[in-house]
Design a protein around this ligand. Structure first.
Ligand SMILES: [Zn+2]
Length: 310
């Protein structure tokens, strides 16, 4: 910071909407806006909207007296952060889109492309619920389950951009079929969608995961069984995560984490039962809400900038 009020143009692109922000290097947000992704239009149109929105944000920043210094974009799916390419995404339809280069060219700014859950984890580890720990596992539980392993403020991407797919750990070999095609993955049992689906199947009446949690807490037996099955599967997945990563803090985000103590209390107990010589991690709820993706995209862009100027 040298007197100029520097900001990063940040976009978190999801299947239905884009969260966008201008973020200062200290992680404070000076402006936010939202746009529809409208993925049904096809990937080219979505890329066009991303570039238009990013350019618009840079203009908004300049008009307000800020200096845009970089652009960070988060997308779902498989992301090759080294090449800056959105390799594959089921819900946005990307197939090998060189989004980083496209954004850098359009904005005339250094750009970074990150995976939505990995940058969310980056933000939680550096600015949110994991900020006092050097080793953090961020686990987002919503329609699917994905994780980010963050060590000293940097998220591991894997050799092919696919690190952190904790939702596809095998936990129930005779369990339900997963969206990936295999049987018994963690997210086929314990994602918010899986919990709702399982209850609906058994009860013959539709319910969301939040409603299952409410009914379980109110003493309904069927809901209690479904909830317990999901918590135990989650504990199996987290125990595997802890065996691999030995983190100090596990941050749970996504819709299911909003169940609060109904999730965290039994999950802590179930995880404790599964750990032998491994140290028990602190299990906490995410702190940044749905801003995490934008903040993380901004952090990734700032990291890229710092590396380039070295
Ligand atoms: Zn799977």
């Amino acid at each position: 910071m040298n007197g100029r009020d520097e900001v990063v143009v940040a976009l978190d692109v999801g299947g239905t909407g884009m969260k966008c922000a201008l973020v200062r290097p200290d992680g404070t947000t000076v402006h936010t806006e939202r746009h529809a992704t409208d993925a049904g239009r096809g990937p080219d149109a979505v890329v066009g909207t991303i570039l238009d929105v990013a350019e618009g944000l840079a203009g908004t920043a300049r008009a307000a007296g800020h200096t845009p210094v970089a652009c960070g974009i988060a997308v779902p799916g498989v992301v090759d952060e080294t090449r800056g390419a959105a390799v594959w995404s089921a819900n946005v339809g990307f197939r090998d889109v060189p989004l980083r280069e496209l954004a850098a060219t359009r904005l005339g700014l250094p750009a970074a492309l990150g995976h939505d859950v990995r940058v969310g984890g980056l933000a939680e580890a550096r600015l949110g619920a994991g900020r006092d720990a050097g080793h953090v596992l961020f686990v987002a539980i919503g329609t699917g389950i994905a994780a980010a392993h963050v060590v000293d403020g940097s998220a591991a991407t894997g050799a092919h951009g696919a690190a952190g797919e904790i939702g596809h750990i095998l936990v129930r070999p005779d369990g339900p079929r997963c969206g990936c095609g295999r049987v018994g993955c963690l997210e086929a049992v314990a994602s918010a969608s899986a919990i709702g689906r399982r209850y609906t199947e058994l009860a013959g009446a539709p319910a969301t995961a939040a409603e299952v949690a409410d009914r379980a807490a109110a003493g309904e037996r069927l809901a209690g069984d479904v909830w317990r099955e999901a918590v135990e599967a989650l504990a199996d997945g987290l125990a595997t995560g802890q065996a691999l990563f030995d983190v100090a803090t596990v941050v749970l985000g996504g819709g299911l984490a909003q169940a609060g103590p109904r999730l965290f209390d039994p999950l802590r107990g179930a995880l404790r039962e599964r750990l032998t010589f491994h140290r028990e991690p602190r299990l906490v709820a995410a702190a940044l809400g749905d801003e995490a993706g934008c903040l993380g995209a901004a952090l990734l862009a700032l990291d890229t900038l710092a590396k380039e100027s070295r």
